[in-house]
Design a protein around this ligand. Structure first.
Ligand code: AMP
Length: 364
């Protein structure tokens, strides 16, 4: 049996372990919290992500190690890579952890990005505002997620406050993109270099946090899908990436703009558990274990709703065919992702009706 170590024991680690159990892959997770979501379904090592004793234990019990979040310390990834195979490669982490490197890489592979400028001081910010204009967003280069570490700017007046608000750390100023909608593309690349892609997904965010994903996104032309796949492939090849990679995109009248990437399984791919021939979790494991990738075609229309901040009682969800609840077993906290519901239906209008029932009964 192949043994996979996962750095991180959140819901993504939990769903990786669940997918692994079904296909004979045994997962062990490393997480600082003793009651992590993944600890409910997999062996769990409790330790900090930089704890070399814990990392060595994870490596010793695994044939291959992966991660479920992109802010794994790069030094820990290298420490692991000296002892065991690590996929995706640490290079994917390095680019995904730094918005400046990431945006520069997007440009190199031909993906459009919003005009941006690096900012290392308040003076830089004043200069960047002249180049980038308004409205714009000041984002920390590192450790930003779900809209954290971001400040919107509408005029030069707010520069001192904005620089303070991001903590006076290296950042980028980025133009606001007046997008029609947000999309994401999920690709997966195997050890042999073969790649597969899921259909473009439409995502709705509120307060910087993903609320719903609809798959496949409506009205996507084959040209648009092909363009997104082409860019994702070049990116994965450039990084030597193995495993799932997600790119968050803005769709505009001038085509797709890349916002950010995640070198891991992604919230906008949760629908694939029930809505695609092979889930993103299984395909990530298949890729890093050197197995042939599973087919990625959607089996129907899917919509996924995140349950954020408070977890409704499981009994409130309507008992309808195609409605699937996932609870992560986490403590309630404002803004925290506690679970999700996926609704699958062969008919788009019926899907819409079920989705409304689900969101109304769950109060989301
Ligand atoms: P991020 O943390 O970069 O993924 O940003 C979270 C969300 O904020 C995105 O999904 C968008 O909804 C919004 N956002 C971020 N950057 C931009 C931008 N340059 N233009 C418009 N909306 C943005």
């Amino acid at each position: 049996m192949t043994r996979v170590g996962i750095v991180g024991g959140g819901q993504l680690g939990m769903m990786l372990a669940e997918a692994g159990a079904r296909i004979g892959i045994e997962c062990t997770t490393l997480d600082p919290t003793p009651d992590s979501p993944a600890s409910r379904v997999a062996r769990a090592i409790v330790g900090a992500y930089a704890d070399e004793v814990a990392l060595a234990e994870l490596a010793a019990g695994a044939d291959v190690v992966t991660y479920e979040f992109e802010n794994v310390p790069v030094a820990s990834a290298h420490f692991l890579a000296e002892r065991v195979e690590v996929f995706p490669p640490p290079e994917s982490l390095e680019f995904a952890q730094d918005r400046l490197l990431e945006k520069t890489l997007f440009t190199e592979v031909g993906l459009q990005v919003a005009p941006f400028a690096p900012v290392s001081s308040e003076e830089d910010l004043d200069e960047a505002m002249e180049d980038v204009g308004f409205p714009s967003i000041l984002k920390t280069r590192r450790l930003g997620y779900d809209g954290k570490g971001q400040v919107r700017l509408t005029s030069p007046d707010g520069s001192t406050d904005a620089w303070r608000a991001v903590g006076e750390v290296p950042s980028i100023l980025e133009a606001h993109v007046p997008f029609d909608r947000e999309l994401s593309i999920l690709g997966v690349r195997g050890l042999d270099g073969r790649a597969a892609f899921y259909p473009l997904v439409e995502n709705v965010h509120r307060d910087g946090i993903l609320r719903t994903s609809t798959a496949p996104a409506s009205g996507v032309t084959s040209e648009l899908q092909a363009a997104a796949e082409r860019h994702a492939l070049v990116l994965m090849e450039r990084l030597g990436h193995v495993g799932v990679l997600a790119i968050e995109l803005f769709e505009t009248g001038d085509g797709l703009f890349a916002n950010e990437m995640a070198p891991r399984v992604h919230n906008s791919g949760h629908w694939t558990i029930e809505g695609a021939a092979t889930s993103q979790f299984e395909n990530h494991l298949r890729a890093i274990c050197g197995m042939e990738l599973g087919p990625t075609a959607p089996s129907a229309y899917s919509a996924m709703v995140n349950l954020i901040g408070s977890m409704p009682d499981p009994g409130v969800f309507p008992s309808l065919p195609g409605v699937h609840l996932h609870a992560y077993g986490k403590q309630e906290r404002p803004g925290r992702k506690l679970g999700h519901v996926t609704v699958v239906d062969e008919d788009r209008e019926a899907l819409e009706r079920s989705l409304q029932l689900v969101t109304r009964s769950a109060g989301v």
